[in-house]
Design a protein around this ligand. Structure first.
Ligand code: GTP
Ligand code: MG
Length: 372
């Protein structure tokens, strides 16, 4: 069971695969080559020849996920799915107001201090079909949230206030989108303001490689006002056009998988995890693994606070029933083999503990204390 590729073992020991192969042959192992897989006894013996103590040759996380998921992850019977759009931009440039306008509900006014504290996730019916929007905070402390948003997304809508300009979190959002290889649509917001200079914004963003289409480039720019609602329909149309050509698909019949957007502990309800289903359908009663949390789903709630029995592809949903807190950004999936899933959780917990041990040793004294 605990097999390991020769090359992987060599890598773990920071040795050349050819040197490891030579040693194997010296040890009298026949019929091996550079692409051989070794059983754990051979791996241990070999490692000890190089002075390593091997406790247990670990299976990779991916292998363990595949075992725990079973065949349920197969990508057959694909159907069209809603696009996932992340709204990013500098603090106060109007991300939440724009989403609010799109949803026609007043969320911005209800936020603590006017700053978006969490990724809000909404599935909106736009007349051009459903679109899932992820809101992100512009505050500089939330870099990880924006990185996560960019990864879970098909398109980034970059909001830039026309009376302000390109700011640090504007640049950072562009970098996240590029790192995730996600196309950017620019919403030049607040054009209702007397000081609005939308052409200046185009100029600045051109300097960062975002050339407007009407200037011969390939980036869509839309002048909007979240306040008056001007051109918000044009923005939605452009999102629909941009995502239509991507032919986004998912398999609703598969066991669900997706990403944790945020998770927190609620006194009454226990662990609350806001997740985005990316593929498959998540059902109440499913056994779910997210990060190091493995538990059965007790309740699902949609983005309008309604209890639901299931959530299909491209749906944000609140999950109750996990015994531990997953981390925002953790991938989740529905488990077919509980025992294998528990093994994966144990392996992950062990890895986390091992890492904590090495990073908390601040000096030699610390290290000696830990060795006792
Ligand atoms: P963070 O979540 O803190 O990053 O901010 P945000 O980008 O979500 O900005 P938010 O929507 O909270 O708007 C910030 C301020 O700009 C609020 O006072 C809004 O009323 C105002 N605002 C947003 N859009 C417009 C607009 O189109 N025109 C005008 N005049 N004001 C706007
Ligand atoms: Mg906001």
């Amino acid at each position: 069971e605990d097999n390991i590729a020769l090359q992987q073992l060599a890598q773990k020991m920071s040795l050349k695969a050819t040197d490891v192969l030579m040693k194997l042959i010296q040890m009298g192992m026949g019929g091996v080559n550079i692409n051989s897989t070794l059983d754990s006894d051979t791996a241990k013996l070999l490692a000890s020849e190089f002075g390593y103590e091997v406790e247990n040759v670990a299976k990779s996380d991916d292998d363990m996920i595949a075992e725990a998921r079973g065949a349920a992850g197969a990508q057959e019977d694909l159907e069209a799915r809603a696009p996932i759009v992340t709204v990013m931009g500098h603090v106060d440039h109007g991300k939440t107001s724009l989403l609010d306008r799109i949803r026609k509900a007043n969320v911005a006014a209800g936020e603590a201090g006017g700053i978006t504290q969490h990724i809000g996730a909404y599935r909106v019916d736009t007349g051009k079909g459903p679109i899932v929007f992820l809101d992100t905070p512009g505050h500089e402390a939330f870099t990880a949230m924006r990185a996560r948003g960019a990864q879970a997304t098909d398109v980034v809508v970059l909001v830039v206030a026309a009376d302000d300009g390109v700011m640090p979190q504007t640049r950072e959002a562009i970098n996240h989108a590029r790192a995730a290889e996600v196309p950017i649509i620019v919403a030049v917001n607040k054009i209702d303001k007397p000081g609005a200079r939308p052409d200046q914004i185009r100029q600045e963003l051109s300097g960062l490689g975002l050339q407007p289409e009407d200037w011969g480039g390939d980036t869509l720019f839309v002048n909007v006002s979240a306040l008056s609602g001007e051109n918000v329909d044009v923005l939605l149309e452009n999102i629909a056009l941009q995502t239509e050509i991507m032919e986004l698909q998912a398999n609703p019949a598969a066991a669900a998988e997706g990403v944790v957007l945020e998770a927190y502990l609620d006194k009454g309800r226990g662990v609350v995890a806001n997740v985005l289903v990316q593929n498959g359908t998540l059902n109440q009663g499913d056994l779910m693994l997210a990060g190091v949390a493995l538990g059965r789903i007790r309740a699902l709630t949609d983005d309008r606070g309604r209890r639901v029995k299931n959530a299909g592809p491209a749906t944000p949903v609140e999950v109750l029933g996990l015994p531990d807190l997953p981390q925002a950004g953790d991938q989740f999936f529905v488990v077919a083999d509980q025992k294998k899933a528990q093994e994966l959780v144990d392996a992950r917990k062990k890895a986390v503990a091992a890492k904590a041990k090495t990073t908390t040793a601040k000096g030699l004294e610390d290290l000696y204390a830990m060795m006792k």
